[in-house]
Design a protein around this ligand. Structure first.
Ligand SMILES: [Zn+2]
Length: 450
């Protein structure tokens, strides 16, 4: 018989702040008028309770009761006004719904058998382990959709310490070396997936200057061999990678992808951005969206080109893609955000060297738009649920809904003066920065970052 004992006593002042409705963009659900797939994030000022009990019978009874409480609460959330849309203006309106009202209830998160078992106030079941997350943000595990974590087996455990419980390697491997990258993905502690580079070499200096490298049949063969981990195709469009081959390379990427998503890397393009957008289908992704001119998302007068919003309304996703060189500058971020254009997803373009560059880690990258007025809840959504919903492989991730895998990023939002760096050594000072504190993967705590 299980002994149910009380978890850590909490002080009356401890309170959970619910980040309501922080989902702001749902790929493939543009017309959806319900919040069926809403992800709920929490600022937990109380604690994260692990309820791990080997005596399932009793525990199940208890948890189903707790689950009902949580479901009732979610049902209430679903009554919020909505209107999922890819339009920036409407989205801002939705973001205003995010409430930090004092009346929000305390919630604990219980984990059992590697899944979120309950989200409820005062979970009192016997906890085999308890993580004290008072004053921290308890977010779904972060999903980074543009990394190069597949380059070596050392990568995935490193970014796991940053809260990244799911990653996509974006184009490190092409047909010639996909098998090696796929092997790293299969051996990673967290879920790792790959976009195959349409260039058979993978990322290499000017990999598409020679168009024969964009070999559709070879790419298809490598996808077929690695169907379990290859979930899309990557094509780098910038002038120094593809030059005048850009559009044909993108057509070939689409041919190889068939119905899988294609991610394009843009920046200092040979062709105008609109010409790429016209070759993208719903669910495709543009990364490095804040790359400065020429041929970026702003026209000569600094105005957002209309094709960008048109593409968003068609279900094309826009990803931050921090990177190191020529991928974003503050002026472009400022101009775009002033026009209410915000990224759907954050990504780092991560490598094992990122801690020594302006990337640092995923939470640092997510912090960069806070100083431009992105609500915290939207930033967390962009690093979790929005990313997860792009690829079916991440269904059930990026969320703390009951029943989902217990992948959790515990972050701390510190207040102070923090310096952030763009890709041109430009610095901006922000007053808030997210730091990774701890990661839970499939219900298991992972070692803290050294
Ligand atoms: Zn990259």
């Amino acid at each position: 018989m299980a002994r149910i004992r009380r978890g850590i006593a909490k002080s009356a002042a401890d309170r959970l702040i619910v980040l309501r409705d922080h989902l702001h963009s749902v790929p493939r659900q543009e017309d959806c008028q319900c919040l069926r797939s809403v992800c709920i994030g929490y600022v937990l000022r109380h604690f994260l309770g692990f309820v791990v009990c080997r005596y399932c019978g009793l525990l199940c009874d208890l948890l189903s009761h707790l689950d009902n409480l949580a479901l009732g609460w979610r049902a209430a959330l679903e009554c919020l006004p909505n209107g999922l849309t890819h339009d920036g203006r409407d989205r801002r309106k939705r973001e205003n719904l995010v409430s930090f009202a004092n009346g929000d209830p305390v919630r604990d998160v219980a984990i059992s058998a590697g899944k979120i078992a309950a989200v409820a106030p005062n979970i009192t079941a016997g906890a085999a382990d308890t993580v004290d997350a008072r004053g921290k943000i308890v977010a779904p595990g972060l999903i980074d959709i543009h990394t190069h974590a597949g380059r070596s087996k050392e990568g995935p455990p490193m970014c796991l310490q940053d809260g990244v419980t799911g990653w996509v390697d974006a184009g490190s491997g092409g047909a010639d070396n996909m098998d090696e990258v796929a092997a790293v993905a299969r051996g990673a502690p967290q879920i790792g997936r790959c976009l195959i580079n349409i260039a058979r070499t993978g990322v290499a200096p000017g990999e598409l200057q020679d168009l024969t490298r964009a070999n559709v049949d070879l790419a298809r063969g490598a996808i077929a061999r690695n169907r379990d981990v290859v979930i899309g195709v990557k094509a780098r469009m910038s002038n120094n990678v593809a030059g005048a081959n850009d559009l044909e390379a993108l057509r070939r990427a689409q041919a190889a992808a068939d119905s899988l998503p294609v991610m394009i890397h843009v920046g200092q393009n040979y062709s105008p951005l609109r010409s790429y957008l016209s070759l993208l289908k719903r669910g495709d992704i543009v990364t490095h969206i804040h790359a400065p001119a020429p041929n970026g998302l702003l026209d000569d007068k600094g105005k957002l080109i209309p094709e960008v919003m048109q593409a968003r309304r068609r279900g094309i996703l826009f990803d931050f893609g921090n990177g190191v060189t020529d991928h974003f500058d503050w002026a472009t971020v400022e101009a775009a955000t002033k026009q209410d254009f915000w990224p759907d997803t954050f990504s780092t373009d991560w490598s094992t060297m990122s801690r020594t560059t302006g990337v640092v880690d995923m939470p640092n990258v997510m912090s960069k738009l806070l100083m431009f007025g992105m609500p915290l809840s939207a930033a967390i959504a962009a690093g979790t649920v929005n990313a997860a919903r792009i690829f079916p492989a991440f269904d059930d991730r990026g969320t703390l809904n009951v029943g989902a895998p217990a992948d959790v990023a515990i972050l701390e939002l510190r207040e102070g003066e923090f310096e952030f760096v763009d890709n041109y050594k430009g610095t901006r000072k922000g007053k808030q920065r997210l730091f990774p504190i701890a990661t839970v993967l499939g219900g298991k705590k992972t070692p803290a970052r050294a």
